[in-house]
Design a protein. Structure first.
Lengths: 358, 269, 265
């Protein structure tokens, strides 16, 4: 069933609309505080928005607007919400936690427990059925929480950073469980982690300061970002320019070559993206860009250590230099540097957001 | 290390000291308020403070008497402490610093004399029982005998306390059996029940009604003299200010004190 | 076993704790020295003492039940429902805590007495609670109820309503959530509140004597019996007080037997 939701909540700066196609998983990708939880909370019914309307298939989940207030309680919606913390009921065993939704529907204890055991089996957690939540590890508890959310048989499943509180090992395992669970299920998966988004979601909506800045199929959004914020989340460089025969012409007249991803017309606005691996920092004392060298020269806008490398932003592109080299160069913001772009590792495509592109 | 230990020890000692000072401060204040300036007791006129423990039923009369006594002896301050006679007796036996004890009954004075804390008590007033009813007298009580009617909600003092013992004696002597709905510890509680209309009638002392004011009316008991209550007073043997104590007792039993008591409805011994 | 947490306690603190403990213990010890141990048995089994004890237990149980019945909804509303003048409502509910019990008794008299605000109404309904055991229960409930509300409300607020929200997203209706999530989670606080209420009801004196009166077997509870016995037989009063303390200790011991039962994260 297709979900269409639009929500505004001024207090949290939220003004966003998303849609999820039936049976697909949408990743709501954005940093902490971007409004993901508020959006999910409104859809689930635990946070009342200022205004908004959400439909799931033919059914209206809620409609809050001036002069109209249709705001059913969460239990009157067929929406499951799985949070960062498992929030298992501390007074019930794992099994009875999972049996809770069925018991609340009026199913007998025996039948509810039988079903619960099946749900626990589905997330590979039958072994902890009799344990109290306090005795479970973070990963085990999250498995039980997933089973419990599924046991409510929601038509829409909302997941709010379900992996964020887990250690790396547990996160890998729960990610696999979720990949299984989310197959053919209509779901929204809020995450700040581009890896989770790319592995679990069919589509991505990128959220920034309470607004959706771009959305589309996961692969498209992550490999051909339209918005600088998306590029940053995806860890890619992004520069804008005008399409030429050979590549992308920058405002200063320089032309950068790359793989042409679509048949955008020459002269239209276009974008070039490149992974850090395809960008090489030549030297901080570089001269003018040569025509064939496929370089741009720009001041450094940001420098960060990133895993085992020093990550340098300049002119919209990102280059990684290893820490040994970094020690010698002592780069700082504002230093003029020259970056060489590997044309094979760079993609040029139309700027869908440009007013001239359509 | 040693320095730290010492610092910690000092903190502990300081906190103990602080509490000790606080407590000491409390008692010091208490003493200052109570302790008489015993040093200058010489001379004919009295001075210092005389502490009088008096039954609650004597609140108005003893306040008046104390004022008059102070006016005659400008050097003396009378500190009055009112309470139930049994409370006061217990406090005196437990060492409360009193100079005079005026009890509402002989039984509680005996508690103090038995402990050899008071000399020979003197009866300074008597009191008789009466029926108290709300001002509008809803149960139309006209005599003590009416209280034998179950329809009249009557409150009395418990037989264990003096006013109750006196009531029980009257019941026996006058042949009335009161089906009381409550047996209170003291007259004040009886009056409270009657004044609020919760009870239709209560058995109390004549002076209590005079004290209680307008919301109540009294129905005199014919034959109340069968249970006369005597109020004794005595200076205490451990008095801080024995001369003033004796003088105060004499004043109460003297003409001026007796006049105040008679005005309030007390009988003379 | 070296103290695992004592390392975080400032050194000046335990001495103050000791002073506090002494303040509480000294009167108890002093009372124990006055007990006429040889005759305790006969003193606390006298007919009037037994009547008072039976009445006290009966009324305290009834008052505690009322506190649970009324206090749980009050606490839940105060902790979970937003309404105008809520701060004022919370303050008013707690008033009996600061009100001298005697004044509480007067207030009850003005409300439920024969000439009180509701007295006429109660009379019409054929209810005459003046000088009845019902009046005792009413007085005890009045003074004990704030303990229940206070205990439960602070527990509920500390808990937050996240578990209820989770239950709701799992499809549980409000009634089911209340019975199967809210109540079990506040169980430890409910036990603590119940014990406090029972203890307070058992010890209640001022409001009872002012509002209900004092008659053996009807309204004279143990504290009233102690107060009366003190007039004639201090030994009996002390023996009865001892009995009350023993009952209190048993209750408190029962309540704090499982202090770790709150496993709520």
């Amino acid at each position: 069933m297709r979900l269409q939701a639009s929500v505004t909540l001024e207090e949290r700066g939220l003004d966003a609309a998303v849609s999820v196609k039936s049976g697909r998983t949408l990743a709501l990708l954005g940093p902490n505080g971007s409004g993901k939880s508020s959006l999910l909370g409104a859809i689930a019914g635990v946070l009342r928005p200022d205004s908004g309307r959400t439909t799931l298939g033919d059914e209206e989940l809620f409609d809050v607007s001036p002069g109209n207030s249709h705001w059913p309680r969460p239990d009157e919606r067929l929406v499951g919400l799985l949070g960062q913390e498992p929030m298992l009921f501390p007074h019930l065993s794992a099994l009875d936690n999972v049996a809770f939704p069925a018991r609340a529907r009026g199913v007998s204890r025996t039948e509810a427990r039988r079903e619960a055991l099946e749900w626990l089996a589905a997330v590979d957690a039958e072994s902890v059925a009799q344990s109290r939540p306090g005795a479970l590890s973070g990963g085990q508890a999250q498995r039980v929480a997933i089973a419990r959310a599924l046991a409510a048989q929601p038509e829409l499943l909302l997941l709010d950073e379900p992996l964020a509180a887990l250690d790396v090992d547990a996160a890998v395992k729960i990610r696999a469980v979720l990949a299984d669970v989310l197959r053919d299920r209509t779901a929204i998966f809020a995450t700040h982690d581009v890896v989770d988004a790319s592995m679990l979601a069919d589509d991505i909506a990128v959220m920034h300061d309470g607004r959706i800045v771009e959305s589309g199929p996961t692969r498209d959004v992550l490999t051909r970002p339209q918005h600088p914020f998306t590029a940053r989340m995806a860890g890619r460089g992004l520069i804008r320019g005008v399409r030429t025969d050979a590549g992308l012409e920058l405002p200063d007249g320089a032309v950068v070559r790359g793989m042409l991803a679509d048949d955008a017309a020459v002269g239209t606005d276009a974008l070039l993206t490149a992974r850090p691996a395809a960008v090489e920092l030549l030297s901080r004392h570089a001269g003018a860009p040569g025509g064939d060298s496929n370089t741009i020269t720009a001041p450094v806008t940001n420098v960060e250590t990133h895993a085992e490398v020093l990550r340098v932003w300049a002119g919209g592109l990102i280059a990684d230099i290893d820490l040994d080299a970094a020690r010698d160069t002592a780069l700082a913001r504002g230093d003029l540097v020259t970056l060489r772009v590997d044309p094979v590792g760079a993609t040029i495509y139309s700027n869908a957001m440009s007013p001239t592109s359509d | 290390m040693t320095h730290m230990r010492r610092a910690r020890g000092r903190a502990a000692v300081l906190s103990m000291l602080a509490i000790a000072l606080l407590l000491a401060g409390c008692t010091a204040n208490g003493d200052a308020a109570r302790s008489p300036a015993t040093a200058s007791a010489a001379g004919t006129d009295l001075n210092g403070t005389v502490t009088v423990f008096a039954a609650a039923s004597l609140t108005d009369t003893f306040t008046q008497i104390a004022d008059a006594f102070e006016a005659e002896h400008p050097g003396v301050t009378v500190a009055l402490s009112f309470g139930g006679s049994s409370d006061l007796a217990t406090q005196i036996v437990e060492g409360a610093p009193a100079d005079v004890f005026a009890s509402a009954n002989e039984a509680q004075m005996e508690v103090v004399t038995d402990a050899e804390l008071a000399g020979a008590p003197v009866t300074f007033a008597t009191n008789v029982l009466t029926v108290a009813v709300p001002a509008d007298n809803p149960a139309l009580v006209t005599s003590f005998a009416d209280l034998g009617n179950v329809a009249v909600t009557t409150v009395v003092c418990a037989p264990q306390v003096p006013c109750g013992a006196a009531t029980r004696k009257l019941e026996n002597d006058l042949g009335v059996d009161i089906p009381a709905v409550s047996e209170e510890n003291n007259v004040t509680d009886v009056l409270g029940k009657v004044r609020s209309g919760q009870a239709d009638a209560g058995v109390v002392y004549v002076t209590d009604i005079a004290r209680a004011g307008g919301d109540l009316a009294a129905v005199p008991i014919v034959g109340a003299d069968a249970a006369i209550n005597a109020c004794p007073i005595a200076p205490l043997t451990d008095a801080h200010n024995p001369t003033a104590a004796t003088a105060f007792v004499s004043y109460v039993t003297g003409t001026k004190g007796q006049a105040v008591l008679a005005d309030a409805g007390f009988g003379t011994p | 076993m070296r103290g695992r947490t004592s390392g975080y306690v400032p050194t000046w603190l335990p001495p103050i704790a000791v002073v506090g403990a002494l303040l509480v213990l000294m009167p108890l010890i002093a009372m124990a020295t006055r007990v006429d141990w040889a005759n305790v048995g006969s003193l606390v089994t006298s007919p009037s003492a037994v009547a008072a004890l039976a009445l006290s237990l009966r009324t305290s149980v009834a008052a505690t039940a009322l506190c649970v019945l009324l206090g749980v909804p009050m606490a839940v509303v105060l902790a979970r429902v937003e309404f105008p003048l809520k701060a004022l409502a919370r303050t008013l509910v707690l008033v009996p805590l600061v009100l001298p019990p005697v004044v509480g008794g007067l207030a009850l008299l003005y409300a439920f007495g024969r000439r009180g605000l509701l007295g006429g109404t109660l009379n019409l309904l054929g209810l005459d609670i003046a000088f009845s055991t019902t009046a005792v229960v009413l007085a005890q409930t009045f003074v004990a109820l704030p303990f229940m509300v206070l205990t439960l409300e602070s527990a509920l607020r500390a808990q937050g309503s996240t578990y209820e929200a989770v239950a709701s997203t799992l499809g549980a209706r409000r009634g089911y959530t209340f019975r199967h999530v809210t109540l079990p989670l506040m169980w430890p606080a409910l036990v603590a509140g119940t014990v406090l209420c029972f203890a307070r009801a058992l010890g209640e004196f001022g409001a009872t004597i002012t509002f209900a009166g004092s008659l053996e077997g009807v309204t004279r509870t143990v504290p009233l019996e102690i107060y009366l016995q003190r007039e004639v037989d201090p030994d009996a009063a002390v023996a009865l007080s001892l009995l009350l303390i023993v009952v209190a200790l048993v209750i408190v011991g029962f309540a704090y037997r499982h202090p770790g039962s709150r496993r709520v994260k």
